[in-house]
Design a protein around this ligand. Structure first.
Ligand code: ZN
Length: 438
């Protein structure tokens, strides 16, 4: 979990510059978009040759010179980067002149349960902010309007909410909300004049249900954007039918190297100015339009910690269609392999985003949560050399905080997670976790 700090994102000159570019580039021709990408990639490759130990060594081993990269298509000469290599050679990805880019440490477990530290530098933060702003604007949001950020994870604050005046964002956790206090939250939404809701789809869906059941109608949002997990069909239906708003999905990564935003016309637009997204078949060749492949991502801005052709482990179907909204940004047809990492609490409530439990743990190589029945969760931890009792007690404590005291948590230390998969391992395996279970 990373706390939002405005200073990490607030670089007015850079923001204005990218605001100007991104509002135009969403209508660029394919050639013009590719030429913008190449300009950015070219600078990044110069930097890799000069300043990034991992790539200097890799290119030298492969006999690749800078002159071998003359266009976007030459990026395919770089081998796909898997997460285990990133974990093993982590420090080598940090640029020699790392500090110059004002990096900020961010912990992620992604959805794999293997803790990973990544860095966000100034430029990548600005692109994140401006691309999100552009996505909000597609829905109709205007700068200065207030938004709600709702997640299904523990929010450790005394009042049960956080108000960030500078960005006009109200942060709440769906875990704290129930029938008894829904009126209080509705008052907050009125007080801060919340217009846009953004967050975990499960959390948003739950909030809609509490408001609907309490008969509170006047705090409905004008725009809804879900992020961090797949939006399940029944969730979309339920949110849209109560709010009357078309829900847009957002696909991003803690690694800051790919962003895909759904527009109200339904198209999943890649943000090519942010990162290069390739859809690659398991045999390593590019997927054809209409075919499924893995999302391989190259962030174009994060010079502090460069990841070229990073294997996200997520799957999508490639598309060469045009979107009805008129934007020319390339599309994916749909996501096919996002991880459904939900666990059912004893009280019948779904909780997702459990990867946060592992954000600040050390001493783990991998983890997996397996739920076979309601009320109980089996936790498999694969210890690393620096594993300690504290790791286990931290995981247990965080799980109980989220899943409640009545949840039976069975922690086992193992040499391997019980359900490995060829690509990205799933953090949560649940026999209850069908897309059809409401
Ligand atoms: Zn569109």
């Amino acid at each position: 979990m990373v706390k939002f700090r405005l200073t990490d994102f607030f670089h007015p000159w850079l923001i204005c510059r990218w605001r100007r570019v991104l509002w135009k580039s969403q209508y660029y021709s394919n050639d013009k978009l590719r030429s913008l990408q190449w300009k950015l990639l070219s600078g990044l490759l110069d930097h890799c040759f000069d300043n990034v130990p991992y790539y200097r060594a890799l290119f030298s081993r492969l006999g690749l010179r800078r002159s071998d990269f003359a266009g976007l298509e030459d990026l395919s000469a770089v081998p796909i980067l898997h997460k285990d290599v990133l974990l093993e050679k982590h420090e080598e990805f940090k640029a020699d002149n790392f500090e110059r880019f004002k990096p900020r440490l961010a912990h992620t477990s992604g959805t794999t349960g293997t803790p990973l530290r990544v860095y966000w530098d100034r430029a990548s933060n600005v692109l994140e902010l401006v691309c999100q702003w552009r996505h909000f604007s597609w829905a109709g949001y205007r700068l200065g309007q207030s938004f709600l950020d709702i997640r299904s994870r523990v929010l450790d604050v005394p009042d049960g909410y956080l108000w960030n005046r500078m960005c006009r964002g109200l942060e709440v956790s769906s875990i704290d909300i129930d029938e008894s206090n829904i009126e209080r939250y509705a008052r907050l939404f009125r007080k801060y004049r919340i217009r846009l809701w953004r967050g975990h789809p499960g959390a948003i869906e739950l909030l809609c249900r509490f408001l609907r059941d309490a008969g509170i109608e006047d705090v409905k949002p004008r725009y809804v954007i879900t992020c961090a997990e797949p939006l399940l069909g029944y969730q979309r239906k339920s949110i849209e039918s109560w709010t009357g708003v078309t829900v847009c999905e957002d696909y991003g990564l803690m690694e800051h190297n790919a962003l895909i935003c759904q527009c109200p016309a339904g198209g999943y637009h890649i943000a090519p100015e942010y990162g290069i997204v390739e859809i690659i078949r398991d045999d390593g060749n590019p997927a054809d339009p209409g075919e499924e492949g893995r999302i391989i991502a190259t962030g174009l801005h994060n010079k502090a910690f460069v990841l070229l052709r990073y294997d996200t482990g997520d799957y999508a179907v490639r598309s060469d269609e045009k979107c009805a909204c008129g934007r020319t940004l390339p599309l994916v047809e749909r996501f096919t392999g996002r991880i459904d990492d939900r666990v059912l609490r004893a009280d019948g409530r779904w909780v997702s985003g459990l990867s946060f439990v592992f954000y600040h743990t050390t001493g783990l190589r991998a983890a997996q949560l397996v739920q076979q029945r309601r009320g109980s969760l089996d936790v498999y931890l694969v210890p690393a050399d620096d594993f300690s009792e504290q790791t286990e007690s931290h995981v247990r404590r965080e799980l109980i905080r989220t899943l409640g005291e009545s949840m039976e948590i069975n922690i086992r230390r193992v040499d391997e997670i019980p359900f490995p998969s060829p690509g990205k391992s799933k953090l949560v395996i649940s026999e209850l976790n069908s897309r059809d279970v409401p």
